[in-house]
Design a protein around this ligand. Sequence first.
Ligand SMILES: Cc1cc2nc3c(=O)[nH]c(=O)nc-3n(C[C@H](O)[C@H](O)[C@H](O)COP(=O)(O)O)c2cc1C
Length: 207
Amino acid sequence: MKILLLNGSPREKECTYTALSEVATELEKHGAKAEILQIGNKPLQGCIACRACQKLDRCTFGGDIVNVFLEKAKTADGFIFGSPVYFANPNGSMLAVMDRIFFSGKRWLSAKPAAAVVSARRAGTTSALDSLQKFFQITGMPMVPATYWPMVFGYKPTEVQEDKEGLQNLRELARQMIWMITATKAAKDAGLVPPEREEKIWTNFMR
Ligand SMILES: Cc1cc2nc3c(=O)[nH]c(=O)nc-3n(C[C@H](O)[C@H](O)[C@H](O)COP(=O)(O)O)c2cc1C
């Protein structure tokens, strides 16, 4: 079982990373392979709606994390997207990356469990989570439960380490992800098939 974790913070090994590491350690403790990818601190291209990805099955812009992530997503069983909270939202570069990953890589993501994790100093966590979680439902990804919304608080990693409740919730999230993937595999092995998908109807305006 392989879980891909994406750190949206431009600060590689700080608060969001501390939260993702807690999830990764728990995943590995229970036999999964966890890999944390970084979006880094270089300028990141947003989606330009060129739709080249619909023929390529990857983003037309190479050279950054998006296609690296998508290549690894092909063989991943689940995903965790971590982000710092910037003005009560995920940070801008993370959203640019998410737009491109989800627009170009739906086929590698759909039907695989996903969760978002956010780190904030003080406020804006639930709106940032709401924004990240919206990517999952539209992509047909079951959202992994926990016992609280997946967030930690801190301005420095040492402060995140003190958020005992937040970290405990993240360990729960990791175990729930393993359970979801294991249960889905058992259902498949027992001959259960996912519900049929209707051909997509596309209406661009409300009647
Ligand atoms: C541009 C910017 C905006 C921020 N906005 C918020 C905010 O709205 N609410 C909050 O609690 N913290 C805010 N913060 C603080 C970070 O969310 C917080 O320190 C987070 O843990 C940083 O994660 P990182 O260390 O992984 O980058 C902001 C930080 C920056 C740089």
